[in-house]
Design a protein around this ligand. Structure first.
Ligand code: HEC
Ligand code: HEC
Length: 244
């Protein structure tokens, strides 16, 4: 309950910063006084023009900040090679912003990421997630273990049985608030799935808590193995995921 409400507030605050306030600035001149209405309209369009210029500047800015701050752990282009650090390449901006928000608010707890997110402004949440949304998915992440044919077959059946594909897609590429899990690092996926199941990792929604409720814990490792080694190159042509 509480979680839902403050998340809605976050979304509202971000939306306000980006859209609602700009719209309000342009639609307020309803009151009498044509001159001041015209003045306000001119001011609003000047503000819109400078906002557009600022947006272009900040996009480059966040690319730069990503390179100096985030790459140290998440790797160049977000293709992590570090144990326990997730791949960000190919992740969706909507999903990313929800997770940065959870870290910033101390709900999703990880010493490294919480420290990074704690100082972020709402504009930073938006800027970093928009930038990450432009990173093309990695062709093949380096995985700690090689794919095991038997576990891959079992994982495929489990992903159907437990409807993982229903939300994450047949190619595990996700979309919007549902993360890409194809090619994610195996040990990260394993810890994450166990985390959802034990309540250690909170969700932005109840989707994963519900999805894992009837999955036996021993099957989580198999699902992690399957998703990590998912044949991304064969299943999703670059064109299909470009721009996500
Ligand atoms: C000191 C290492 C470190 C740095 C620097 C770092 N991260 Fe992270 N990041 C992590 C770890 C570790 C996790 C996984 C945390 C967990 O398991 O909950 C993570 C998780 C994330 C996630 C969640 C991914 C997912 O699939 O759920 C996002 C998004 C993210 N980081 C973005 C960033 C951004 C943006 C920056 C730079 C501003 C950054 N990180 C800098 C270590 C780091
Ligand atoms: C009802 C839709 C739904 C179903 C079914 C579902 N998921 Fe998810 N999954 C989500 C959403 C939404 C998230 C984002 C988590 C959040 O809410 O913060 C997520 C997150 C995840 C993550 C975290 C990824 C990361 O980068 O941290 C993993 C791993 C995952 N799901 C695997 C699975 C597996 C395996 C199954 C099947 C057992 C499954 N999901 C079923 C919707 C779903």
């Amino acid at each position: 309950m509480r979680r839902r409400r403050s998340l809605a507030l976050c979304t509202a605050a971000l939306a306000c910063a980006a859209v609602v306030c700009a719209a309000a600035a342009q639609t307020t001149p309803k009151k009498p006084g044509a001159q001041s209405a015209r003045g306000r309209a001119a001011a609003a369009s000047a503000a819109a023009a400078s906002a557009a210029a600022a947006a272009a500047a900040t996009a480059a800015d966040y690319a730069q900040r990503f390179a100096t701050v985030c790459v140290a752990c998440h790797g160049p282009g977000g293709r992590s090679e570090q144990t326990g650090v997730p791949v960000l390449a190919g992740q969706h901006s909507f999903y990313v912003i929800t997770q940065l928000f959870l870290f910033r608010e101390g709900r999703r707890d990880n010493p490294a990421m919480t420290a990074v997110a704690k100082t972020m402004t709402d504009a930073d949440l938006r800027g970093f997630s928009d930038y990450i949304g432009t990173l093309p998915p990695a062709a093949a992440a380096s995985q700690p273990t090689a794919a095991d044919p038997q576990r891959m077959a079992n994982g495929r059946a489990l992903a159907q049985l437990h409807k993982c594909v229903f939300c994450h897609g047949a190619d595990f590429a996700g979309g919007q608030q549902v993360p890409r899990i194809a090619g994610q690092r195996e040990e990260y996926l394993r810890d994450t799935l166990h985390g959802f199941r034990t309540g250690k990792r909170p969700g932005y929604t109840q989707a994963m808590i519900g999805a894992l409720a009837i999955v036996p814990p021993e099957d989580l490792d198999t699902l992690a193995h399957y998703a990590a080694h998912f044949p991304a190159a064969a299943a999703s042509a670059p064109a299909a995921t470009a721009g996500k």
